[in-house]
Ligand binder design. Structure first.
Ligand SMILES: [Zn+2]
Length: 231
C-alpha cells in the first residue's frame, strides 16, 4: 500500500469550490493552506471550503520568502493570516479545531528558522503526524521536529505556464520517477507521503481538471489517501 496525505496550497482561488466538490465526491481527505490576501480576494470560495469541513491551515498573509524577512516580519505574516483565518472560520460558522502551518515555497526562514519554529510552537500550531515517514533525509534535516508541514512529493504543476516548456507530461514523469532529485519516489510500494498540490486558477485555465488527472493517476497506481492526523 502507498499512503498519502493530500495538501493543497495557495487557497483560495476561483477554482477552489470545484476542487472541494471533486475531493468530496471521491472521499479524499485534504488539508488546504490559505494565503490571507488571496482568501480575502476570494472570500466565498474559502467559506465554501470551510463549510464543507476542509481543514484550512495558515500559509502566511502575502506569500513571501521567509528567509528574506526579519523575525518580526515573519511573525507579522503568520499573525495577520491567523486573524484572517479566524474571521473566516467564524463567518463560516465552523469551529477551528486544527491549525497547521506551511511556509510559502517551503522556505523556513533561513537563519531565523529556530526562532520561527519556537514561535509556531508557542502559538499552538498543530504538527501533522509524520511518524510514518521513514525517509532518512526527513530526520537528517530535522523535519521530524519541525512544527510546520513540509511535503515528500511535489507535483510541481505550478510550473505549467504558457511558454514555460513544462507540461502535464512533466508532472506525469515526476509521478513515475523512481529516483527523484528532490523528495521521495511517489509510487514505491509501502511508502508514506505528504503530497503538495496547488489551487491555481492559471493551471486550471491551461489544463482543465489538472488535479483530477493527477489524483486519478495515483488511485490507478494503488495510492490510498489518508486522513490528516496531528501530533
Ligand atoms: Zn504557496
Amino acid at each position: 500500500m502507498i499512503r498519502a496525505l493530500l495538501t493543497i496550497d495557495d487557497v483560495s482561488s476561483k477554482n477552489t469550490p470545484a476542487i472541494v466538490d471533486y475531493l468530496e465526491e471521491k472521499k479524499i481527505p485534504v488539508i488546504m493552506f490559505a494565503v490571507g490576501e488571496w482568501a480575502q480576494n476570494n472570500p466565498e470560495q474559502l467559506i465554501y471550503a470551510l463549510k464543507h469541513g476542509i481543514i484550512v491551515g495558515n500559509h502566511s498573509y502575502s506569500h513571501p520568502h521567509f528567509s528574506e524577512l526579519n523575525v518580526e516580519e515573519c511573525i507579522q505574516e503568520i499573525d495577520k493570516n491567523e486573524e484572517v483565518l479566524n474571521r473566516f472560520y467564524e463567518q463560516a460558522g465552523v469551529e477551528r479545531r486544527f491549525r497547521p502551518f506551511r511556509f510559502p515555497y517551503g522556505d523556513k526562514g533561513g537563519d531565523n528558522k529556530e526562532r520561527i519554529q519556537e514561535y509556531l510552537q508557542k502559538k499552538g500550531f498543530d504538527k501533522v503526524d509524520d511518524t510514518r515517514l521513514d525517509y532518512p533525509w526527513w530526520k537528517e534535516k530535522g523535519l521530524n521536529k519541525d512544527i510546520d508541514t513540509l511535503w515528500t512529493f511535489d507535483f510541481a504543476e505550478y510550473n505549467i505556464r504558457k511558454d514555460s516548456g513544462f507540461t502535464l507530461d512533466n508532472v506525469m514523469k515526476r509521478i513515475y520517477n523512481s529516483n527523484p532529485a528532490d523528495g521521495a519516489p511517489l509510487l514505491k510500494e509501502g511508502s508514506d507521503h505528504i503530497l503538495l498540490l496547488h489551487a491555481h486558477d492559471e493551471t486550471e485555465e491551461l489544463v482543465p481538471g489538472y488535479y483530477k488527472t493527477f489524483i486519478e493517476e495515483l488511485i490507478k497506481n494503488g495510492v490510498t489517501f489518508v486522513n490528516p492526523e496531528f501530533i
